[in-house]
Ligand binder design. Structure first.
Ligand SMILES: [Zn+2]
Ligand SMILES: [Zn+2]
Length: 450
């Protein structure tokens, strides 16, 4: 089938994509709660004739399509989750969830692609197979809820793609890509490098007393502010090339102004460009946190959880994707950014896929306003839905035509951070930490455990 005919079939799917977009916009759900989106999309996929494998105890599903000819399996993903943004025009008034990162547009575009792939003749000339996946929980929010799911044995990891990897839902997939709705200068852009992160909480434990007699208590808020000062002092040690970020917030900082705060909760995240830099930064921040507690004679409990891996996206796959996008929107509107100095400082669990298989994370267009803010909105549906679905289709065709020659070429010399999945999970598991970092013995001895 000619490309032009393929693109016209996507055009016919605009009403279906727009309806899915609107449904999710009106029913925003944060990570691992995307049940309404899952049910809506599952019904759509099933009405198209797809057989779904549902995650079941968490939202999301995947489905396979075979060309009937042997070749690699291409994984294409759409994320389901919303954020929490108070004051967003499409905020759920009860949960404050809102689609302020455009994941509803991703899911709608993937549905449009799914519909088009069922059109007669669409798979002619292609070899290999396709896995389409509606994946939950990309945004790292509501960490207490995710920890509860983890403690209950429902999930092992906070990120939806990490969890789907663990469950084997991506086993047998060879290459992966997705298009995230953005609003940059270019219609399509790939950044080959992005930060990884580690998630952290620190619970400072002091001793309450009347605020007028602070010498009788231990001020946990002072311990936390000293910790933040220590973290800020560490910033002078960051190497520019590692793109380190650390941004603590206090989510509990005292209960009554006339009592010395006895418990303060710090949520924190460290981000950096490499696994080693993430680990080093994490260790240094833990030291600063312990020092803050120690200065005041407070205790502190550290809880570290794996965030996302640094993005190490495949350049050859990226070039195929951007060439396909360029054919759609012009070369001036499709940018492959391989410059390590124009590093993406945000994090995504698409990076985790890039650590175990050749993958790319593509930014599309059609949105305005700052991501994760009340201003973010998708206002160009031709770009965010139609153009995105078309680009995904053309990329798929370029990879799988001619006996899947391009996909096989990517695989022929692809290098990933973790060739063995077990090593990837061992890394994630090495990050978990639950420790009382500063404790005081009855004999006056102080113990530091980092
Ligand atoms: Zn986001
Ligand atoms: Zn996003």
């Amino acid at each position: 089938m000619q490309d032009q005919k393929r693109l016209e079939i996507i055009d016919e799917e605009m009403p279906r994509m727009r309806a899915a977009f609107d449904f999710m916009l009106d029913h925003p759900e944060t990570g691992y709660r995307e049940w309404q989106a899952t049910e809506y999309l599952a019904a759509e996929y099933e009405s198209l004739g797809y057989t779904l494998t549902r995650a079941g105890d968490i939202p999301g599903f995947y489905t396979d399509l075979d060309t009937g000819r042997p070749g690699p399996k291409i994984l294409i993903l759409g994320e389901l989750d919303a954020l929490k943004v108070v004051g967003h025009p499409h905020e759920d008034p009860e949960t404050h969830a809102a689609h302020a990162c455009g994941h509803n547009a991703q899911s709608a575009a993937l549905l449009g692609l799914a519909a088009a792939l069922k059109a007669p003749g669409m798979l002619d000339g292609l070899s290999g197979s396709i896995r389409l996946c509606a994946v939950p929980a990309e945004e790292l929010v509501e960490l207490d809820f995710r920890e509860e799911l983890r403690q209950n044995g429902v999930i092992a990891y906070y990120g939806g793609k990490q969890e789907f990897l663990r469950r084997g839902y991506f086993d047998g997939c060879d290459l992966a890509y997705m298009i995230h709705t953005g609003g940059g200068k270019h219609h399509f852009q790939i950044n080959l490098h992005s930060n990884g992160c580690i998630l952290k909480t620190a619970t400072f434990m002091g001793k309450a007393t009347h605020a007028a007699t602070p010498r009788l208590g231990i001020n946990a808020l002072d311990a936390a502010t000293l910790a933040i000062s220590g973290i800020n002092a560490l910033r002078t040690t960051f190497r520019d090339i590692e793109f380190c970020r650390v941004h603590p917030i206090l989510t509990e900082a005292g209960t009554a102004v006339n009592s010395v705060p006895s418990r303060v909760l710090m949520e924190n995240q460290v981000r950096a460009a490499s696994v080693d830099a993430c680990k080093t930064l994490n260790a240094n921040v833990n030291r600063a946190v312990a020092a803050g507690a120690l200065a005041m004679g407070a205790g502190v409990h550290l809880c570290d959880r794996p965030g996302y891996l640094p993005g190490s996206f495949n350049e050859k796959l990226g070039k195929i994707c951007m060439d396909a996008c360029a054919a759609l929107v012009g070369a001036e509107n499709a940018l492959l950014n391989a410059d390590p100095l124009r590093h993406e400082t945000g994090c995504t669990d698409m990076s985790d896929l890039s650590a175990v298989m050749p993958a790319v994370h593509i930014y599309g267009s059609g949105a305005k306003g700052a991501g994760h803010s009340v201003d973010y909105r998708v206002d160009d549906f031709d770009c965010a839905l139609g153009e995105s679905a078309k680009a995904q289709l053309l990329i798929l065709c370029r990879l799988l035509e001619n006996g899947a020659a391009a996909a096989k070429d990517v695989l022929s010399d692809a290098k990933v951070t973790f060739a063995a999945r077990a090593d990837y999970f061992a890394y994630l598991d090495s990050i978990f930490k639950d420790v009382d970092a500063v404790t005081y013995g009855e004999d006056g001895r102080i113990s530091i455990d980092l």
